[in-house]
Design a protein around this ligand. Structure first.
Ligand code: TGC
Ligand code: FAD
Length: 389
C-alpha cells in the first residue's frame, strides 16, 4: 500500500462516479502535500493552519454541498462526505474547520436566513474571505442546549445579546458568530460580527486534544446588533439541532478517514517491523487486530454510503445520523488506539500519526453530541421513550 492509498476492502471505490473519484483524489493529494507536512508543527504550537484556508476554498471545499448560485460547488451528500473523510485522514482539526464553516455556519444562513443574508454571506464564506463559528454550547449547557442562558432582547429595531458560549471551534479567528440565544419567542439564531463592541473571544488553552484547531470561549456583554442580524426563519431548539444533523453527517464520514490513516500507517509498520525473526505482521495477534480494524472500517464505509443516499433523497432521519456518528467515531477511536499499540514505543512519537488521531478523536467522541447522547437518541427512536432526563 503506497503512502496515499487507503484501505478499501470491499471496493467501495467502484461505487464512485468519475467526478467523485477525481474529487477524492484531489483532496487526498491536498492533504498529503499540504496538510501532513505542517500538521505536527501546529499540533505542537496548538494553532490552526490558517495557511490552508485559501487553498481549501479554491478547491471548493467550504460549503461544498450548497448551490452554485451562492458561489458553492453544489455537490451531492456522498461527495461532500468523501471530502470530510479525506480531510480527517489528515487531521480532525482540519475537518472540524470545514464542518463548522459549512455545516454549522453556512447551513443556518442558507436554511434560516433571508435571501439578502444568503447573498451577503454565503459567497464570501465559500471563498474563505469570511470565517464563521457556531455558538450553541455554554459552560453549564452542553448535552442539554435547551438549558442555555444566553439571552437576546429587543431594543427598538436592534437586538442586545448577553451570555457566554464555550468550546467554540474557529472562535478566535471568526469574522462572524452564529449565536443561539433565548428570546421572548424562544430560541433564535443571530449573525453576530465578532468585532461588535462587547464581543470577546478567548482562546481555550491547555488542550491535549484537537490542538490544531481554534477553540474559544465567547463572551457577549450587551452586544448590540441590528434587526437584520436575526435569522428570520430560525424557530426554537429545533433550528440549531437541524444544523447539528448536517455536521454530524460529515463527522461520520470523517471517522472513516481518521481510522484509515491509522490503519494504513500500522499496516506498513507491522510488515516492516521484525520481532523473533519475522515481521510482526506474521503473528496471529497482530493479524487479529488488523482484521478487526479493517472489518470495522468497511462496515463504517457501507453505513455512510447508505446514509448519503438517504440524505440526498431527503430521507435521512436524525437518529440514523446519530447512529453513524456514534458508531464511526467509537470505531475510529478504538482503531487509533490499537494502531498506536501495534507501533510499540514508536507509536508515542510525533513522527507517526495514530497517537495524534487518537487524542483528537477524544474530542470528536464528545462534541456534536457525546457518544452517550447519541445512544439515547437512537434508544429514543427504537423505543419511543426519551431517557435523557
Ligand atoms: P427535544 O425536545 O428532543 O427537541 C426539541 C425540538 O427539536 C426537534 N429535534 C430535532 N430536529 C432536527 N434534528 C434533530 N437532530 C433534532 N432533535 C430534536 C424535536 O423534534 C423538537 O421539535 P419541536 O418542533 O417539537 O420543538 O430536545 P431536548 O431538549 O430534549 O434535547 C434533545 C437532545 C439531547 C437530543 C439534544 O439537545 C442534543 O442533541 N444534545 C446534544 C448537544 C450537541 O450535540 N451539541 C453540539 C454543539 S455544536 C458542536 O459540538 C460543534 S463541534 C464542531 C466541530 O466539528 O469542530
Ligand atoms: P456534559 O453535557 O456536561 O456531559 C458530561 C458527561 O455526562 C458526558 O459523558 C455525557 O455523555 C454525560 N451525560 C450528559 N447527559 C447525560 C444523560 N442524560 N445521560 C447519560 N449521560 C449523560 N460546541 C459548540 O456549540 N460549538 C462548537 O464549535 C464546539 N466545538 C467544540 C470543540 C471541542 C474541541 C470540544 C471538546 C467541544 C466543542 N463543542 C462545541 C462543545 C460540545 O458540543 C460539548 O462539549 C458537548 O455537547 C458535551 O457537552 P459538555 O462538554 O458540557 O458535557
Amino acid at each position: 500500500m503506497s503512502e496515499f492509498e487507503a484501505l478499501d476492502f470491499y471496493g467501495m471505490d467502484d461505487l464512485l462516479s468519475d467526478e467523485q473519484r477525481l474529487i477524492r483524489d484531489t483532496v487526498r493529494q491536498f492533504v498529503g502535500d499540504k496538510c501532513l507536512p505542517l500538521i505536527e508543527e501546529h499540533q505542537a504550537a496548538a494553532t490552526f493552519p490558517t495557511e490552508l484556508i485559501a487553498p481549501m476554498a479554491e478547491l471548493g471545499m467550504l460549503g461544498a454541498n450548497f448551490p452554485e448560485e451562492y458561489g458553492c460547488a453544489g455537490l451531492e451528500s456522498s461527495t461532500y462526505g468523501i471530502i470530510m473523510q479525506e480531510l480527517e485522514r489528515g487531521d480532525s482539526g482540519l475537518r472540524s474547520f470545514v464542518s463548522v464553516q459549512g455545516a454549522l455556519c453556512m447551513y443556518p444562513i442558507f436554511e434560516f436566513g433571508s435571501e439578502e443574508q444568503r447573498r451577503e454571506w454565503l459567497p464570501r464564506m465559500a471563498a474563505g474571505e469570511v470565517i464563521g463559528c457556531f455558538g450553541l454550547t455554554e459552560p453549564d449547557a452542553g448535552s442539554d442546549p435547551g438549558a442555555m442562558r444566553t439571552k437576546a432582547a429587543r431594543d427598538g429595531d436592534d437586538w442586545v445579546l448577553n451570555g457566554v458560549k464555550m468550546w467554540i471551534t474557529n472562535g478566535t479567528m471568526a469574522d462572524i458568530a452564529i449565536v443561539w440565544a433565548k428570546t421572548d419567542d424562544g430560541i433564535r439564531g443571530f449573525i453576530v460580527p465578532t468585532d461588535a463592541p462587547g464581543f470577546q473571544a478567548i482562546k481555550v488553552a491547555g488542550k491535549y486534544s484537537l490542538r490544531a484547531s481554534d477553540t474559544a470561549e465567547l463572551v457577549l456583554e450587551d452586544v448590540r446588533v441590528p434587526g437584520a442580524a436575526l435569522l428570520p426563519n430560525s424557530s426554537g431548539l429545533r433550528s440549531p439541532l437541524m444544523c447539528l444533523n448536517q455536521a454530524r453527517y460529515g463527522i461520520a464520514w470523517g471517522g472513516i478517514g481518521a481510522a484509515q490513516a491509522c490503519f494504513d500507517e500500522a499496516l506498513r509498520y507491522v510488515k516492516a517491523r521484525e520481532s523473533f525473526g519475522k515481521p510482526i505482521a506474521q503473528t496471529q495477534l497482530i493479524q487479529e487486530m488488523l482484521t478487526e480494524i479493517a472489518s470495522e472500517i468497511t462496515k463504517a464505509q457501507t453505513l455512510c454510503w447508505r446514509l448519503g443516499q438517504l440524505k440526498d433523497a431527503g430521507r435521512a432521519r436524525p437518529e440514523q445520523i446519530s447512529m453513524a456518528k456514534r458508531n464511526n467515531i467509537e470505531m475510529a477511536l478504538r482503531a487509533a488506539r490499537q494502531c498506536r499499540e501495534m507501533l510499540g514505543a514508536n507509536g508515542i512519537l510525533d513522527e507517526y500519526q495514530s497517537f495524534r488521531h487518537m487524542v483528537n478523536l477524544e474530542s470528536v467522541y464528545t462534541y456534536e453530541g457525546t457518544h452517550q447522547i447519541h445512544t439515547l437518541i437512537v434508544g429514543h427512536a427504537l423505543t419511543g421513550l426519551a431517557a435523557f432526563g
